[in-house]
Design a protein around this ligand. Sequence first.
Ligand code: ARG
Length: 458
Amino acid sequence: MAIWSNKFHEEMSQDAYQFNQSIQVDYRLLDADLRGSKAHAAMLGHQGILGLEESDSLVKELEQMRQDFADGTLAVDFTTEDVHSFIEAELTNRLGTIGKKVHTGRSRNDQVATAMRIYVLDELQDFIEKTQLAIEAILTKAEGHLDTIMPGYTHLQRAQPITYAHYLLAYAQMFSRDLSRFADLSNRVADDMPLGAGALATSTYPIDPFYTTDQVEGFTAPYVNSIDAVSNNDYAIEFLSDLAMMSMHMSRYAEETIMWSSQEFRFISLKDSFSTGSSIMPQKKNADIHELMRGKTGRVYGNLMSVLTIMKGLPLAYNKDLQEIKEQLFDGIDHVKAMLSLLPGMLEATIVNKEIMYAACGTGFLNATDCADYLTNKGMAFRDAYQVSGDLVGYCTKNHKSLEELTLAEYQEFSDLFDADIYDAIDLKNCVYRRNVAGGPAPEVVTAAIARVRANIS
Ligand code: ARG
């Protein structure tokens, strides 16, 4: 029987009851709800709304339930409507009448909003730690490839030489922003404890939301408006948006790995530990894990869109529609966490084929900009130098040569500013090493960047 069914004369239809039920999904809020309920019970005693003895026994029993849950001895009744009703029923089973007092001055609306915020704060902490690990794995990989020269691309056309370390550091930046978004959201959630908001309009009991907030670890301030507290899910949307952004970053990395491990590129090879085979083609080695990472990104965008759509046009304050948000948020959390946890192993399982990467820089005139810069340094206006370098590329293409293969006499046909030091200027290694300005690919700059990222994430 549902906790609210006193005034109902007819039994609820079994189908409707099941449709309404959420314990299968919100069961994972159990520990978070017990912590919120403990805070509420303590506040009831502190404020004299319940006797101190009653409040103490509620707090103790709720803590005992946490213990039992952690030990696996708490038998959750999955026929209950939701985890919040289950907790009250279990408490009443254990304590009798005192258990029935836990809901004094509280509604399931602020109860569920509280459990969600506590749960989300835990999850954000876990994501912060896992993101730090992933960034550290990126930095470690980068340290091994400071002078691994490879083509950098724009429009998927070979553009200018970079290093594999410099490439990886781009992802370190993306994940560093993800990290700061998690931390930022964490502060906002901590600053908005909804317990005390009641159904929507607080309570006539002398509750103290500040005291309650102090009782829940990690929280810094109570809600400001009770209607907003029980009806807003901005934090869930923000979390999913952060997760969608993070999966987008992972998906881009995954896509490059898929592409670069193909026979067309062969820049990298995947160890067996992160590859799969084909059931029919014996020669195949597929990057299924990376593909799934790319695929799941679509799913996480779906979670975000679902929640935005559920919220759209909802009248204030609580509506049962809000129950649907949990499943979407949990799904996003589970899948992105799985992806993020795999990232260090994926990097470790990536074998970088340095020679093939370097050889790929030999075609495609990746040093054409450096050739133009050479002329500019000798006094030619950049646009004219660009033109001369472009003409040289045209000449090379026609004669099946690279810029390195041209003789000095051929160079001087195009400009008398060319001298023997042109070969030094277009040497691929020099092209990378001379880009030693802030944020560039030169190994010394990347080394400093690694140190900076490492200091920022710890
Ligand atoms: N299971 C519900 C949910 O998650 C709990 C809140 C119920 N509140 C109500 N007014 N029916 O949304």
